[in-house]
Design a binder for this molecule. Structure first.
Ligand SMILES: [Zn+2]
Length: 94
């Protein structure tokens, strides 16, 4: 079950950029499960000389980007302007 979902996620991510919300809708799983699978996928694609790339979350009010976020979770608000209109991080496999 997990393997099938991960395989589908890898195929999706190899073909485009998706947010965890997109992935949860496509795969019919919760966003929390998406994050869980992303962590596994990040490790497993490394062994195949591929990389899970994270396009960082960005504040739509001031343009601040959350560059140094390592974890697959979403920031709540912008540290610079305190705005809450954030564009979700997107994921892609290279
Ligand atoms: Zn901001």
């Amino acid at each position: 079950m997990d393997e099938t979902i991960r395989q589908r996620m890898i195929e999706l991510l190899a073909g485009g950029e998706y947010t965890d919300r997109d992935l949860s809708q496509f795969l019919g799983i919760s966003e929390k499960d998406v994050v869980y699978h992303l962590e596994h996928i990040a490790r497993s694609v490394q062994g195949q000389k591929r990389k899970l790339k994270v396009i960082p979350a960005r504040c739509m009010e001031c343009g601040f980007t959350f560059e140094d976020r390592r974890r697959f979770s979403k920031p709540g608000r912008c540290p610079r302007c305190k705005g809450e209109h954030l564009q979700d991080p997107r994921y892609h496999i290279q």
